[in-house]
Design a binder for this molecule. Structure first.
Ligand SMILES: Nc1nc2c(c(=O)[nH]1)N[C@H]1C(S)=C(S)[C@@H](COP(=O)(O)OP(=O)(O)OC[C@H]3O[C@@H](n4cnc5c(=O)[nH]c(N)nc54)[C@H](O)[C@@H]3O)O[C@H]1N2
Ligand SMILES: Nc1nc2c(c(=O)[nH]1)N[C@H]1C(S)=C(S)[C@@H](COP(=O)(O)OP(=O)(O)OC[C@H]3O[C@@H](n4cnc5c(=O)[nH]c(N)nc54)[C@H](O)[C@@H]3O)O[C@H]1N2
Ligand SMILES: [Mo]
Length: 699
């Protein structure tokens, strides 16, 4: 495995996950469709024909005896764009329910809502070249060094080479990212809006604002000015748990820099006020005119390989293809017409979100759940409740590349999916660059591409014409037509074009007499260079938000804040990285980080087991006593589900509080108690052995 030196984004760099991934290609793959009547039975192998027949019959029954709203699909940013598109056409178009949501709900949905509300459209406005052109980079709620190592590498080179470039990191933990910063603001979890409003307060006070930009290009500033008035440095420093000097330094770095770039990820998005946090970051850019120019702008770092493509294809319950939204009647009409559906076929109601699907199983509203390319039995919040709900599901189809995963235990039907390298499709990265990911090997045994599975079900439901595709290039060609004149116009892009020209950035409209290729390529690097936004009046909107803080703040009974996140070597639920020797050696087991002061109070010493309890569940981890975590806060990695360690599931503790605008669960923080375990317990680290033995059973 080598990086692609010609790729404009990675420039040939790969991290450990990329470098070792070949090792996981043939380990524990799901090879055949399998079914069972109830969850206590063994799976039996069936032919694709039988599996398709079973699924279509079940869909028809639910559709005609209940309602299409009882059908749900839960997909993923691991899909290629073609998989996403076909799923939207099947669910939202042909079946008439918007109940398609993706794991992006747990990830980027706050950024999507924030961009839409502030700019009138989704779409990160920056590009990676900005990493090398900025004077000040503001990293908030992102451990870029471990989670976006290639991005971080580019940034670090620039930072090291240019002494004047400032790097500010806002994170309750002293992560490797924070280690590299000129200024680390170790705020209390959930106090981001306090901090951002506090910086805005100082920028106002010191007159570091761009009034001309605000007058010409923005709206709603007065409401915002009224809010930030209340965020004096004394109040903010106290609230965030940082010094006034550090707060002032941050504001000064921001105010004095010609070009400011902010980067953020899950420490911001994964919150019940995630959208407000995103908009509050954008506010700082609007008040200082830091957008639409090189080296500047609000830049969300996308988590998964193709979560961006999912947004383009409309892969959340509130979206439609081409950066359209379900609630907009014109958007629905455009998509209906394009798909040849009768007017009104697309439901005007946003569908069930990922968490709504879980509560829908609890209250009987969901009759059929189709899960693909995600492992919710590890990654959903409030895991005990999630698993109980999954156990009640009348019919669950689970389509994954690997077996077993924690979620396969909850499936009635298992469908083997081809993964990257075994199917050809398009993926989009954070800077809007599209890459053709080409197949280089056959899918193992009977595995099929996700889009092929959805299309075959569509045809068997009677939509032959709608799903008459013979390859993914045709699927893509149809999809791009739906982006015509939309903010993410990619009508000039096709599989053949990507193959010939290489990775391409959108917007990339098809060639027309007054819009040549050359012009497109120059102007699409950054969005909003003309300082006109996609709102009706062309102005970017300030969002005026007071901080609400954590949805579940600590209290005398649950006095610590638990936060969680990622480690450099592991990918999410370990279906691949857990099977790679080098990575397992790098991160042999889960742990809980505790500050020495807290540890001393509770008589906890390094490596001692600690039981962590929240209102929803409990888990056990060996302690890692370290000053890298702020007192009062503890941290556990998210990667260990029940297949990889006993009693150490971080998500058993998290909670599903969600807010109405982005519907983002509060995954990053919850209140917990810590109980040292004096008698040694074993957290058996199953790792490679367990997965190999269970695999032997199924294949
Ligand atoms: N190695 C690795 N890389 C990955 C992934 C992986 O699984 N492994 N997954 C990918 C995906 S899908 C995603 S979404 C990204 C996630 O990338 P990141 O968001 O960078 O990763 P996390 O570790 O989840 O969270 C980042 C930081 O948020 C901090 N944080 C917690 N609470 C708060 C808060 O209230 N405020 C602030 N400011 N910070 C807070 C945590 O301490 C943590 O260091 O990574 C992607 N890259
Ligand atoms: N507490 C807490 N919870 C979190 C997070 C957190 O930070 N803290 N992060 C959240 C975030 S940001 C994310 S993105 C989620 C990630 O959570 P998940 O989506 O559950 O994580 P993955 O392990 O990436 O699961 C992807 C699944 O897809 C399979 N797969 C891979 N490629 C393909 C393919 O092409 N087709 C099919 N059908 N299957 C495929 C893999 O084998 C794997 O089972 O977790 C969320 N949950
Ligand atoms: Mo993510």
């Amino acid at each position: 495995m080598r990086g692609d030196k010609a790729h404009p984004s990675s420039q040939g760099m790969v991290c450990v996950k990329g470098a070792t991934i070949a090792e996981s290609l043939d380990k524990n793959r799901l090879h055949y469709p399998m079914v069972r009547d109830s969850l206590d039975q063994e799976f039996r192998r069936v032919s694709w024909d039988e599996a398709f027949d079973l699924i279509t019959k079940r869909i028809q029954t639910v559709r005609f005896t209940q309602r299409p709203e009882a059908l749900c699909m839960y997909g993923s940013g691991q899909f290629q764009t073609e998989d996403y598109y076909i799923a939207q056409k099947l669910m939202k178009g042909c079946l008439g329910t918007n109940n398609f949501d993706a794991n992006s709900r747990l990830c980027m949905s706050s950024a999507v809502s924030g961009y839409i509300q502030s700019f009138g459209s989704d779409g990160p406005p920056c590009c990676y070249e900005d990493l090398e052109l900025t004077d000040c980079v503001f990293l908030i709620g992102t451990n870029t060094a471990e989670c976006h190592p290639i991005v971080f590498n580019r940034l670090q080179k620039h930072h090291k080479k240019n002494r004047k470039v400032k790097m500010i990191v806002v994170d309750p933990r002293r992560t490797p990212t924070a280690e590299a910063a000129d200024l680390h603001l170790a705020i209390r979890p959930g106090t981001d809006i306090d901090l951002l409003n506090g910086i805005a307060h100082l920028l106002m006070r010191w007159n570091y604002i761009d009034t001309m930009f605000m007058d010409d290009c923005t709206s709603n500033f007065p409401a915002y000015a009224e809010v930030i008035r209340h965020y004096s440095p004394e109040i903010v420093a106290n609230q965030c748990g940082i010094s006034i000097e550090d707060l002032e330094t941050a504001a000064r770095y921001w105010g004095k820099s010609e070009r400011v770039l902010s980067l953020w990820s899950m420490g911001v998005n994964q919150s019940s006020e995630g959208t407000a946090k995103v908009r509050t970051i954008i506010n700082l850019h609007l008040m200082t005119g830091q957008i639409g120019k090189p080296g500047a702008g609000p830049f969300s770092l996308t988590g998964q390989p193709n979560a961006m493509g999912g947004r383009e294809a409309g892969g959340l319950a509130n979206l439609l293809p081409g950066y359209r939204v379900v609630k907009n009647p014109q958007h629905r009409a455009e998509v209906e017409e394009f798909w040849g559906l009768k007017p009104g076929q697309i439901s005007p109601n946003p569908g069930l979100t990922a968490w709504d699907m879980i509560t829908g199983l609890e209250n009987g509203a969901v009759e059929l759940l189709w899960i693909a390319a995600t492992n919710p039995a590890v990654s959903m919040p409030d895991l005990e409740r999630t698993k109980k709900a999954l156990l009640r599901s009348p019919f669950t189809i689970y389509q994954d590349a690997y077996y077993p995963t924690e979620t396969s235990a909850y499936a009635h039907v298992l469908l083997p999916a081809a993964q990257w390298g075994e199917k050809t499709g398009v993926m989009t990265n954070s800077e809007r660059v599209l890459t053709l990911s080409q197949a280089f090997r056959q899918p193992p045994r009977e595995a099929k591409a996700d889009w092929e599975i959805f299309a075959e079900v569509g045809r068997r439901l009677g939509f032959e014409k709608e799903f008459a595709f013979t390859n993914s290039a045709e699927v893509y060609a149809e999809f791009v037509k739906l982006t015509k004149t939309r903010p993410c116009d990619m009508t000039g892009i096709s599989h053949a074009q990507l193959q010939a020209e290489g990775p391409t950035q959108w917007p990339y409209p098809e060639e027309s007499p007054n819009c040549t290729d050359a012009i497109n390529r120059v102007s699409n690097k950054r969005l909003y260079t003309n300082l006109r936004f996609h709102t009706p009046d062309g102005r970017a909107r300030f969002g005026a938000y007071y901080s609400k803080g954590l949805a579940e703040p600590p209290d005398p009974d649950y006095s610590f804040v638990l936060t969680n996140g990622r480690l450099y070597g592991h990918w999410h639920t370990q279906t691949r990285t857990g099977r790679i020797e080098k990575i397992c050696k790098m991160h042999p087991e889960p742990f809980i980080e505790i500050h020495p002061r807290d540890a001393a109070k509770l008589d906890i010493v390094d490596s001692m087991y600690v039981e962590v309890r929240s209102r929803r569940g409990k888990a056990k981890f060996p302690a890692k006593v370290t000053k890298a975590i702020a007192p009062g806060t503890v941290f556990v990695p998210m990667h260990w589900g029940s297949l990889w360690a006993d009693n150490a599931e971080a998500n058993a503790l998290t909670h599903p509080e969600s807010c109405p605008d982005s519907l983002q669960p509060e995954l990053k923080a919850c209140a917990v108690q810590l109980i040292p375990i004096l008698v040694e317990v074993t957290i058996k680290n199953h790792q490679l052995q367990s997965s190999q033995s269970s695999a032997a059973k199924c294949t």
